[in-house]
Ligand binder design. Structure first.
Ligand code: HPA
Ligand code: ZN
Length: 346
């Protein structure tokens, strides 16, 4: 890490906003703002059960992961055509660019859509078009990660993989999301082995609400390269040691953890402890339209509540690039961009 110029605490929010960063944990369906849900509902003549932005937002009173997922899947029902997926991803990528996100690896949940009769082709081509456009128009490097829903069977996941393989060139990896407790990683061991053979990058949600044991099996059985969330790892000293030693990235989502009551308030979040233990922690937004904030909101609010400083800001942004699935050369470029921002910040 370069020697950092002295930065007054009052200027920290500006630095957090301005520094280049990568987002590695965002569900594209979780970026659907109420305004877009209602606009798409009208366009596609879908009844979402809410007739105003206010009524929709009032329903965003979550008590845990499942209470959120019920609303999140209901909101996604307005997506029917390729252009709906494109419009949703374009809105997210414009928002991300405004937060100085220069690289994004975006989750999508095809089973949420194919179960409603929407083709895999519409889902992937719509999202991919938005990614290509973001590269040309915003200079954001955006890629896609296909997530399997863990509350469904491994057989259904295999069928989904088959449907997606004709579009293999349009996604870089696979993940595992949805209801965690009761659906441990080992349920999908054969699926992940197959995806590994296919050369796909592997990630999985683990240790969001679930126990450290799920993080262990995601690492040892699924052989994932990153853990999404992973905050429950702090309960297991041996696991902390493994994560630090192997520098397994954790894609932490502070505002998500707050809204889903994983921590009682942001000040109680363990991000400082995870960083202090030498883990490769990153900050991400998860489902920003539902959890009250995009990338910079996550950074600014978390730093204000936990007292993290400029050194940790630099580390978190650097970690986001190092944890990403880009070449070493591109990582170096991102790292130089970050160092440049800090060096010129006054
Ligand atoms: O935070 C999450 N956890 C699990 N599944 C999800 N799907 C969208 N967001 C999440
Ligand atoms: Zn998530």
């Amino acid at each position: 890490m370069p020697s950092l110029p002295p930065i007054h605490p009052d200027r920290l929010p500006e630095l957090l906003r301005r520094m280049p960063k990568a987002e590695l944990h965002v569900h594209i369906e979780g970026t659907l703002e109420p305004e877009l849900i209602l606009a798409l509902a009208r366009r596609n003549q879908v009844d979402v059960g809410y007739d105003s932005v206010e009524a929709l937002r009032q329903a965003y009173n979550f008590t845990d992961l499942q209470s959120f997922l019920d609303i999140y899947y209901a909101g996604a029902c307005v997506l029917r055509e390729a252009r709906d997926f494109e419009d949703m991803a374009r809105a997210y990528l414009e928002r991300a660019a405004a937060d100085n996100v220069v690289h994004a690896e975006i989750f999508f949940d095809p089973q949420t859509h194919t179960a409603r009769g929407v083709s895999m082709e519409k889902v992937i081509t719509g999202l991919h078009r938005a990614c290509e456009r973001a590269r040309d128009e915003q200079g954001v490097n955006a890629t896609l990660i296909l997530c399997f829903l863990r509350h469904l069977s491994e057989e259904e996941a295999f069928e989904t993989l088959e449907q997606a393989l004709p579009f293999r060139d349009k996604f870089i990896g696979i993940g595992l999301d949805s209801s965690e407790v009761g659906h441990p990683p080992e349920k999908f061991a054969r699926l992940f082995a197959r995806c590994r053979e296919l050369g796909l990058h592997l990630v999985a949600h683990a240790g969001e609400e679930g126990p450290p044991a799920y993080v262990w099996t995601a690492l040892n059985l699924l052989r994932v390269e990153r853990i999404d969330h992973g905050v429950q790892s702090a309960k297991d000293p041996m696991l902390m040691q493994r994560l630090a030693q192997d520098q397994i990235p954790l894609t932490v989502c502070p505002l998500s953890n707050l809204k889903l009551k994983v921590f009682p308030d942001l000040a109680a979040h363990n991000i400082g402890r995870l960083l202090g233990a030498g883990l490769c922690v990153t900050v991400n937004s998860d489902d920003p339209a539902y959890f009250g904030g995009y990338m910079n909101d996550n950074f600014v609010q978390t730093f204000a509540a936990t007292g993290l400083g400029a050194r940790q800001a630099y580390q978190l942004a650097l970690n986001s690039f190092n944890a990403s699935f880009v070449s070493e050369r591109v990582k170096r470029n991102y790292g130089e961009m970050l160092a440049g921002t800090f060096a010129s910040f006054e």
